[in-house]
Design a protein around this ligand. Structure first.
Ligand code: FE2
Length: 420
């Protein structure tokens, strides 16, 4: 029987220090443990902040670290990223895909992420990427929980047989249905793909996550159809709209009407700040649009929004390292979230809001009876974490430490000489 006592833990809900007791991988006590912790191994968290693990609800693990090996995306646009991927993807074997994905996953783990939703390109008759990611999901289950989206990167209908490949991927074990309506050749095909995605989700009891309106084109309005179809089929909470960049270009009269539907539908939103500030605005002269969805306004309206790292070094974004704190920092700046009511709950955007989007349920939260999954952040509270872009000191999964970093050692003599 394993028994670990995490001392001097600081919860997000209270500045007081407390204790967390984990037995056999589950949290058995939060608070003073009195005699219960006898014989436990003790880990002193030194007053650091304890938070539920970070969630990255939108990454492409089958694409990671391909930016340098593929033809460069010189324009930096979404469409040239797709062209570059399309030309080269056939050359990747299952083994190579898995090795790259493992490297990306390790970076995510070190950044404190334990829940991941990865889109996998299924516009490939051999479904090589899907097979690789299905294996990865099972092999890595003790380190991270991975959801797989059957994502038709080149279109459900613009790519011949795309819709059938999505369905095949669901039968093989993918968790979510994907689509990319703004990329389809015509808006009719885009609308058909949204309807098909919802239909497939209902048929196979899966989640939905659509790359939706990832463009500065203010006429790209698939999000309204997605919200309606999800609501009409009773799967709003199981549905996510990723990107919705065009919402940043909608006129306010339309946005006002749209928001009523979005709220009623209960669908979730995923914004990828670093990738979309990079990809959007590319057709603008000046002023250049930010290209992000209306994060602040949706939060104000009680609509669930979370942040994600879409790419790690792929044809769509040459940077990225899976560290969601950097993503959070970028998102707070780009979306004008830098006021106290948002900063005091900043971590929600990369933790609980993502968990809600991923439909993780109550088991995700730090409470007695749940699996002992949490991270320890080098900060005192959310504001402090955001301001310092604080690192993750430790990540605990099922009661065991995936890592504990060493605290910074100062040259005390030098610092004290200057009174620091
Ligand atoms: Fe994506």
């Amino acid at each position: 029987m394993s028994k670990i006592l995490f001392k001097n833990a600081r919860l997000r809900s209270s500045p007081e220090l407390t204790e967390i007791l984990a037995e056999d991988g589950f949290i058995t006590k939060i608070g003073k443990t009195d005699g219960k912790s006898e014989g436990a191994e003790i880990i002193d968290l030194g007053g650091r902040l304890v938070c539920e693990p970070y969630c990255d609800p939108h990454i492409h693990l089958d694409y990671v670290f391909t930016a340098q090996s593929f033809q460069q995306n010189e324009t930096g646009t979404l469409f040239d990223g797709i062209a570059s991927w399309s030309e080269s993807k056939g050359s990747l074997s299952k083994e190579v895909l898995k090795e790259r994905a493992k490297k990306g996953l390790k970076e995510q783990l070190v950044g404190g992420t334990q829940y991941i939703r990865t889109h996998v390109d299924v516009t490939d008759p051999k479904l090589t990427g899907l097979q690789a990611m299905l294996e990865l999901r099972d092999e890595m289950k003790d380190l991270a929980e991975i959801q797989i989206v059957a994502f038709p990167q080149e279109g459900m209908y613009s790519y011949k047989g795309g819709a059938e490949l999505v369905e095949e991927a669901l039968k093989m074990g993918a968790d979510c249905v994907g689509a990319i309506p703004h990329f389809e050749y015509t808006s009719e095909m885009g609308a058909k793909s949204v309807k098909k995605a919802v239909q497939l989700a209902v048929k196979y009891d899966k989640l939905v996550d659509i790359h939706c309106d990832e463009t500065d084109d203010e006429m790209s309005r698939f999000v309204e159809l997605l919200a309606y179809e999800a609501m009409d089929n009773g799967i709003g909470k199981k549905t996510a709209a990723s990107h919705t960049c065009a919402m940043g270009s909608y006129n306010n009269a339309y946005a006002f009407k749209l928001f009523k539907l979005l709220k009623k539908s209960e669908i979730n939103f995923i914004s990828c700040p670093t990738e979309n500030i990079h990809l959007q605005g590319r057709y603008d002269a000046y002023p250049k649009r930010r290209g992000l969805t209306r994060v602040k306004e949706m939060l104000d309206d009680g609509i669930n929004v979370c942040f994600a790292q879409d790419s790690i070094c792929d044809p769509w974004y040459p940077l990225g390292n899976g560290n969601l704190m950097y993503v959070l920092d970028a998102g707070f700046h780009i979306c004008h979230l830098t006021s106290p009511q948002y900063m005091s709950h900043a971590l929600d955007l990369i933790s609980s809001n993502g968990a809600k989007t991923m439909n993780l349920g109550e088991r995700y939260f730090l409470k007695e009876g749940n699996p002992a999954n949490f991270i320890v952040i080098d900060a005192q509270n959310d504001f402090d974490a955001l301001r310092n872009r604080a690192g993750v000191y430790a990540s605990i999964k099922n009661g065991k430490a995936l890592f504990i970093k060493k605290p910074t050692e100062f040259a005390e003599e030098t610092f004290s000489k200057y009174g620091l």
